[in-house]
Design a protein around this ligand. Structure first.
Ligand code: HEC
Ligand code: HEC
Length: 325
């Protein structure tokens, strides 16, 4: 098959599974008794709601547009191929795909990643700095206000400061029977993921426009991103991939393929100091769950000065607030 046909086939498959997404019963974890389950309002509801001031509606729509097509900030705030929706799927509204709304009902809150109370803006700045391998917009910028306005809209109707929430984050996958394994993961990848993400994991493009995102390398998230934790990737994959077929992979397969992806190179962690091993130790609360600074296939992962397309290592927003000291 030539590449054009492959992409067309993959796109057709993706479109059909995406369409089917809301109809086919998918195997996602059930809510526990007493947990709040939220149905985030849609954009159609936004258009119909007369109580929303037209200027606010505009801001929400701009936030939605930025969230879906974050590439419009490429070269300024974003230095890889990701859009926010690449990981927060279904418009950031889906349970077990780190939906946006709980942030708006439970933050500010304490966070172990940086040992301090985080605002909603801090979380968005975190995803820009790590997941988008970027330089975050200012706290009071129009971009931030728009993104938060959209997030706030998705939280409409949810109770404030209720932490007993179903489907927050990406969930957890039970420890696998066998320790995660690179070779097994490579095979799971070839059988289930390469069709869309490419045999080399570098995604697929039509006329230079990303259709399927890369999973590692310069166009992907960096070593400080939450997705670089093997357990987080395993959960994301288990409940969201292959696209349109959440819950299809066994726990073992999800862990193995997450391990395989997490053992590939990606842009440097913006918190890098001295060496990957030193940085791993310093941020051990985070990196104990990644493979960064460890030896896989005879090489120390993350031991390089490559920041991808991003021209600097640490964005000022991280150092100014000393968020990670
Ligand atoms: C490479 C994947 C990835 C991309 C791209 C990404 N995020 Fe995230 N995001 C994560 C992970 C991982 C978490 C942490 C989830 C957890 O703690 O379980 C997260 C958490 C969040 C949270 C907090 C969710 C909660 O429940 O408190 C918000 C808000 C957020 N991201 C916003 C954004 C925005 C806005 C963008 C685009 C600028 C973005 N993210 C891009 C992976 C990503
Ligand atoms: C039918 C096509 C398709 C298949 C098959 C598929 N994916 Fe994806 N994947 C996508 C798309 C599309 C996105 C971005 C979601 C969006 O933009 O709505 C994505 C996003 C991701 C992401 C988060 C973003 C990033 O680039 O890191 C990861 C990780 C991922 N997929 C892993 C996998 C793994 C592992 C498999 C195999 C088990 C797999 N995918 C199979 C289409 C696919």
């Amino acid at each position: 098959m030539n590449k054009g046909i492959l992409i067309t086939a993959a796109l057709a498959l993706a479109a059909s599974v995406a369409l089917a997404q809301h109809k086919v019963p998918v195997k996602l974890p059930a809510a526990e008794p007493g947990q709040y389950e939220h149905v985030a309002p849609t954009l159609e509801q936004l258009q119909e709601d007369d109580s929303i001031h037209p200027e606010l509606r505009k801001a929400i729509m701009r936030g939605y547009d930025l969230f879906m097509n974050t590439q419009q900030l490429r070269g300024k705030h974003v230095f890889n191929d990701m859009n926010c929706v690449s990981c927060h799927m279904g418009e950031g509204r889906m349970a077990w795909s780190a939906p946006l709304w709980p942030t708006m009902t439970t933050l500010p809150d304490y966070r172990g990643k940086n040992w301090q109370v985080n605002s909603v803006e801090d979380r968005v700045i975190g995803c820009f700095s790590f997941s988008m391998n970027g330089i975050p917009p200012d706290y009071d910028s129009d971009i931030m206000v728009a993104l938060l306005a959209y997030q706030q809209w998705t939280a409409r109707g949810a109770p404030v400061y209720d932490w007993n929430i179903a489907g927050r984050g990406f969930g957890k996958v039970a420890d696998p029977p066998k320790a995660p394994d690179y070779q097994r993961g490579e095979k799971v990848f070839a059988d289930n993921c390469a069709l869309c993400h490419g045999a080399d994991g570098q995604g697929q493009y039509v006329d230079g426009v990303m259709q399927f995102p890369s999973l590692w390398g310069d166009r992907s998230y960096n070593w400080g991103a939450g997705m670089s934790r093997v357990d987080t990737a395993a959960a994301f994959i288990k409940y969201n991939m292959p696209l349109g077929q959440p819950g299809r992979l066994s726990d073992q397969d999800a862990w193995d393929v997450a391990y395989f992806i997490s053992a590939q190179e990606r842009p440097q962690d913006p918190r890098y100091e001295k060496s990957a091993r030193y940085t791993r130790e310093k941020y051990n609360n985070f990196h104990s769950r990644t493979l960064y600074g460890t030896i896989v296939n005879g090489r120390v992962l993350g031991e390089h000065v490559n920041t991808g397309e991003k021209p600097i290592l640490m964005p000022e927003a991280l150092s100014r607030k000393r968020v990670f000291d």
